[in-house]
Design a protein around this ligand. Sequence first.
Ligand SMILES: Cc1ncc(COP(=O)(O)O)c(C=O)c1O
Length: 450
Amino acid sequence: MRYDSITEAIGNTPLVRIAPDVHGLRHIDLYAKLEMLNPFGSLKDRAAWNMARPGLHDAQRSGATVVELSSGNTAKALALIAGMHGLPFKSVTNRMRIPEIKDLLLLLGAEIEELPGQSECLDPTDTDDPLTLFHQRLSRPGGAHLHTDQYFNDLNTEAHATGTGPEIIADLDGRAPDWLIACVGTAGSSTGTARTLREHDPSRPVSVVGLVGEKSDFIPGIRTIDEVQEVGIFDPGTYDAIESVSADEAIDGMLTLLRRCGMLAGPTGGAAYHGAVRHLTAVDAELAERRARGAAAERGTAVFIVCDRVESYLGYLRQRRPELLGRPPAKNSAASVTEAEIRGASVVEVAEAQKWIAEQRPLVVDLRGPFAYAALHIEGSVNIVDELFEELVRGGLPFGRRQPVLLACPVGEKSARYAALLTRMGHPDVRSLAGGIIAWRDAGAPLVRD
Ligand SMILES: Cc1ncc(COP(=O)(O)O)c(C=O)c1O
């Protein structure tokens, strides 16, 4: 294989069968599409190259900066592509939560602008989100930008419709699989691949399962179930089912791929494997039953997508599952809090919280990122960003038991989880602000800025 440019090595990734004794399905063949073997390391190489390529010549002439709203793989691929073409690259994102990727982007020469929003995915309906406002600004004509616009750009989807999909069909000897299981971020990969697989032979249905992270859980690179709104190229109609996977399940799936399949998959590859086996186990049982009754039941074929590699996520794993890296297990972690504990946590509405602050002077801890805090916060509150708070709590109760504490986060979910955790650890008076800073703001309660 000889190429003139590294971009020619994008695509044609292997489709590798998972051994049946690993997944346990008896009537379905399960294959992994190893997108992490793209040259820049992920499935995003296809989208980044397809989106950037048409504008590169003009950008070189006008000296434009390549810009994308991405905190991960798209930014990585675009930084490399921009560098190859002598162009600067700027990544604009809500808080970068994976330090290895941030460091890598800086190493690649990218400029990073972090904004104070919260979600992993752009939500254009949230006109308060600085990321949305930035996106609107970029979309105006006349800027010195090559904005690849991954959430809205059909070339993102097309990269998979013309690459990933046909490759799968070719590797399955000209047949589409019966199931496609894929994680959903921008939705470009699942939408484009699904389109080609379905169009290949309309008489044979292809069932598409989209996977997202569980509510307020964090799997880097994909949406949570809370973010399943119709945005840009994401259309819920693409999916026969949208199912959620917890971060722990994603990590367990990843461990199977790492330890039993020889695949250096990252957390979303693990999520896709876990989601695939969970979804297909029920179908496999049905196929077994049909066969037992003597009815015809063809063997099924399923494909899941392994998006990227594990190495960038060691810090994420150290935080969530330290025992995997030879460290003592995290006793006091937010992830260990049960739904029942969260329901039992003390939660205060805005008016009640205002009264409590005036009368008892609890310590108000704002768990949001520093930019959001700087923009607007409750007077007298202290800012301990949630990742740091998690570290503090791991070492034991961070406040004296006689100090009442009010925890606040964007919408009241994280703070309720931490209130439950501190209660479990023996703090007698810790409360969570119901609805978070957004409810506080919406109630017209006073906020100050730095
Ligand atoms: C690690 C990882 N997995 C999965 C995805 C989902 O891909 P898509 O944006 O095509 O939905 C992404 C997207 O950025 C990602 O970074």
